[in-house]
Write a protein that binds this ligand. Structure first.
Ligand SMILES: *Cc1c(COP(=O)(O)O)cnc(C)c1O
Length: 489
């Protein structure tokens, strides 16, 4: 009979100590490695084997991890990673993840300390965003999941039609609204909940990529006239492309007047609320009916950790509660719980994500996170200042948050040349392991997008990036300073 516990606990202990040592070395030395490197063919081969029917000593498996997996990660723990919207990972939280797996609690329901930790963490997050005490919340894998949960709560609260009971069919056609810059996960949520993609009305934006409130009002009015049932507006607190913040006060006004649910997607941007510099701009954050934010983005926690808050006590339970016999409450003991997170989302089995949040906040304190967030914003404004001062860099989008998009330019360049050169610059930065911004397309222009959710980044890293973009661009367009004057084109 196979025994799945270690045959020798001392051996297990020794290997664990080695792993911890190696991981601390790995983190300490992160700056000295390339940001990213391609996975070599021999590693591809090593990671494409038959199902192992029999075992291998754990130390050998660990060697394989060190050889084939550890050197070829995505790169987001590196100080010069600024791609997409990935966080950098606070080290203490990784230990918490280990501890969470050791005690291996599932947090659907139950009367135990792990459940109290998640409740505690949600209370802290409500306090951080000045949300009312009676609001409710749940930790999730990410904002994609959060949007589904929040929209389901909106749907349950907002219709005369009991969708949980009757389904969509025969009920009113619901419509939801958000700017064209809204994250695609909201559209997926609308699809999945049976609202349908075409009833997610995508509203135009202004020059700063913020939703046009007049166009929003028009769309709602037209839908009412057509006999549809407007349900919810999603406001962006930091769009993924450019970090734009929708005019929140106006969204609060529109949704109040129209009796619609206001959902805010603050995936990364919500955390700017922690800064005195941004408090007024984001003052409406607690006026929303629901808010989602990713702790694995701008709170720098390891994946995955995210939160959805709903501004009414039983808003989530209304959409998700169940009274299945096998999870019902008892009067005392391990099933005598007050809160069941399985009644607040679609997940029953849930890992103990709250532990890493608890560890990280207790260890560092919220102020240390606010300081890092403020530093990231300053670094991005330093980036745009450097780019503004350079004749060969164009800032294509700016934000009040942690994102800027830029590109290398030169006089008389054609649009397709600009795209080609900037693609090549980005590719050399990434494949060379120098730095990892990502890209997007703005007004038809291919741009290098720098999104800074990185607690390890320094001003020198930003200066290095600017310097490399210019040097590679100069080289590609044959405008290197070395070329004799007048000969530079
Ligand atoms: C990342 C992101 C999401 C999706 O969140 P996940 O955690 O990736 O599921 C939604 N909205 C915005 C603005 C985002 O940046």
């Amino acid at each position: 009979m196979g025994n799945l516990d270690p045959a020798d606990w001392q051996e297990f202990r020794d290997l664990g100590k080695r792993m911890i040592d190696d991981m601390a070395d790995y983190l300490e030395g992160v700056r000295d490695r390339p940001v990213w490197q391609p996975v070599p063919d021999k590693v591809r081969t090593a990671l494409d084997t038959e199902l192992p029917r029999s075992g291998t000593p754990m130390a050998t498996v660990y060697e394989e991890f060190c050889e084939s997996i550890l050197p070829y990660p995505r790169g987001n723990i590196h100080p010069r990673f600024w791609g997409w919207a990935n966080g950098s990972g606070v080290p203490i939280a990784a230990y918490a993840d280990l501890l969470a797996s050791v005690i291996n609690c599932t947090l659907g329901s139950g009367e135990n300390a792990a459940m109290l930790v998640e409740r505690q963490v949600i209370e802290w997050l409500k306090q951080a965003f000045d949300w009312p005490a009676e609001a409710s919340g749940v930790l999730t894998s990410g904002c994609s999941m959060g949007q589904i949960i929040a929209l389901a709560a909106a749907r349950q609260a907002g219709g005369s039609w009991d969708i949980r009971r009757h389904g969509n069919l025969g009920g009113p056609q619901l419509t939801v609204y958000g700017s064209v810059e809204t994250h695609h996960s909201f559209e997926k949520a609308a699809e999945l909940l049976g609202i349908g993609r075409e009833f997610f009305r995508q509203i135009p934006v202004d020059r700063d990529f913020r939703i046009d409130p007049a166009a929003l009002r028009d769309a709602i009015r037209r839908d009412r006239e057509a006999g549809f049932h407007p349900l919810c507006v999603v406001g962006n607190v930091g769009t993924v492309n450019t970090g734009a913040i929708d005019p929140l006060e106006e969204l609060v006004a529109v949704t109040r007047e129209e009796g619609l649910w206001l959902h805010l997607d603050g995936a990364f941007g919500a955390f700017a609320y922690l800064l005195p510099t941004h408090r007024r701009l984001l003052a409406c954050l607690n006026q929303a009916d629901s808010l989602v934010f990713d702790l694995h983005k701008w709170l720098y926690l390891p994946f995955d950790a995210s939160c959805v808050l709903v501004n009414r006590p039983d808003g989530l339970e209304a959409a998700f509660s169940s009274n299945a016999d096998y999870i019902s409450r008892t009067d005392r003991g391990p099933a005598a719980y007050e809160v069941a997170f399985s009644d607040r989302s679609i997940e029953q089995s849930r890992r103990f994500r709250a532990l890493k949040v608890w560890f990280a906040l207790r260890t560092h304190g919220l102020d240390a996170f606010a300081e890092a967030i403020s530093g990231n914003i300053e670094q991005i404004s330093h980036l745009t200042q450097l780019a503004d001062a350079s004749s060969s860099l164009e800032v294509v989008s700016r934000s009040l948050l942690n994102i800027a998009c830029l590109r290398y330019v030169w006089p008389d360049a054609e649009a397709d040349q600009l795209d080609r050169v900037n693609r090549e610059i980005l590719s050399r930065l990434q494949v060379g392991g120098l730095a990892m911004p990502s890209h997007t397309v703005i007004d038809g222009k291919f741009v290098i997008r720098v999104a800074n959710n990185n607690h390890r980044t320094t001003v020198a890293d930003i200066e290095f990036l600017v310097d490399r973009i210019q040097a590679i661009g100069d080289q590609l367009t044959d405008r290197s300073p070395k070329a004799p004057a007048g000969d530079s084109r």
